[in-house]
Design a protein around this ligand. Structure first.
Ligand SMILES: Cc1ncc(COP(=O)(O)O)c(C=O)c1O
Length: 389
């Protein structure tokens, strides 16, 4: 390995939203990584800083070229320059698109449990989330297509937000599943916003299927959001891309992000993204291997050593979804208990809706020693919890 992912870096006192916690607490919650980004990106940023002038920045043609080449090389997705727009983040893109393409009181379909901030983008804009619950087949989640179809048939349903691969259950959706979603959405006049922010972080040897690549229907009715933020740990630099193949739809999305003023990059977004997409494939491949080994280690440890917890199957993201139904306690209470007794902070599954009340989410993008510290705390915390019962 060229990259030392074992290096422990103190993130306190950097205004990190995850690490703004008490002394002794260990947050394995918010989805960013405790790894330094690739050295090539740091060098590019240093050069930009040394220039010393941080004026307004345009979306560079090299940015489009780097996104197009990266997605072709890694995901076999063909994008033309004209299909591509810059946005300051996936959530800004989602919120803006929700506002432009749907009207208040319309319904937006979600497969739950799902990334909690989707609910903010819907509810804060006066739209209504319509949940189709995923089915847990002994640890492997699948879509309840009969239920999804019923939800999509609701005359008030006009958009579906898909998470591909899915946070928090870690599924890479199969081509057949995506084709079915596309067909049902087309039949019911529902636009699909496919959030593919986790697509680069699939387990080694696996590939994901971009929703827009499935067939002409999926290509025609979709808006795809991608970003280097999860992949290269650049969330704070506010850089993402939107792909829309349908020209009429693209014009509306373009209008949406420009109306909301989220279509222009800051001074660092261009150089970091271009460098990431052009020069850092080796770093990403090593990262995927490290995360995969961490996830294996965590799953084996929890399933072997901690009675009452079960890590569910996962083939993408650095997030593990842990079932604690056997403990007969809500995730709200259990997360609070673990934090109070051991300092370990995991995400309370209830924020993701669906069956989240029986689950905790654990971020595994940490050096192995930190993961081991977290596992010891988790084991101790669950033991204390069981003793108190
Ligand atoms: C599925 C998903 N979408 C979007 C985001 C956030 O994207 P951004 O920071 O680009 O707004 C996250 C972060 O955890 C996520 O998991």
């Amino acid at each position: 390995m060229r990259v030392n992912f074992d290096e422990i870096i103190d993130r306190r006192n950097t205004w990190s939203s995850k690490w703004d916690v008490k002394e002794g607490e260990l947050p394995l919650s918010t989805a960013d990584m405790d790894f330094k980004t690739a050295p090539e990106i740091i060098e590019a940023l240093k050069k930009r800083v040394e220039h010393g002038i941080f004026g307004y920045t345009d979306v560079a043609d090299e940015w489009k070229e780097s996104v197009i080449a990266f997605y072709k090389r890694r995901h076999h997705l063909k994008i033309e320059k004209d299909d591509l727009m810059f946005c300051t983040g996936v959530i800004p893109a989602i919120s803006s698109t929700v506002r432009k393409l749907t009207t208040p009181a319309e319904k937006i379909v979600l497969l739950t449990p799902v990334y909690n901030i989707f609910f903010n983008s819907i509810l804060n804009n006066g739209r209504i989330p319509l949940e189709s619950l995923l089915i847990d087949n002994d640890g492997y989640y699948t879509i309840d297509f009969a239920d999804l179809e019923a939800k999509l048939k609701d005359p008030q349903a006009t958009m579906m937000i898909l998470c591909n691969p899915h946070n928090p259950v870690g599924r890479i959706w199969k081509k057949e599943e995506l084709a079915k979603i596309g067909k049902l959405c087309k039949e019911n006049g529902v636009i699909v916003l496919s959030d593919e922010i986790h697509c680069d972080l699939v387990d080694p040897g696996l590939e994901y299927t971009p929703f827009a690549s499935v067939d002409e229907t999926c290509k025609d009715i979709s808006i795809t959001c991608i970003a280097p933020s999860k992949t290269f740990n650049l969330a704070g630099l506010q850089s993402s891309a939107i792909i829309v193949y349908n020209k009429a739809l693209k014009a509306r999305v373009n209008r949406a992000i420009n109306t909301d003023e989220v279509a222009e990059p800051n001074a660092f977004a261009m150089c970091a993204t271009i460098t990431a997409y052009e020069k850092c494939d080796y770093w990403l491949d090593e990262l995927r291997e490290y995360i995969y080994q961490n996830k294996l280690h965590v799953s084996e440890f929890i399933n072997r050593e901690i009675d009452g917890l079960k890590v569910l199957e996962n083939d993408a993201t650095y997030l593990l979804w842990i079932d604690h139904a056997k403990l007969k306690v809500s995730s709200i209470e259990l997360a609070r208990f673990l934090k109070a007794k051991t300092g370990l902070i995991l995400s309370d599954g209830s924020i993701y809706h669906g069956d989240g009340l029986d689950h905790l989410r654990m971020n595994c993008a940490y050096p192995r020693k930190v993961i081991d510290d977290a596992l010891e705390r988790l084991k101790r915390g669950i033991a204390i919890f069981r003793e108190g019962r």
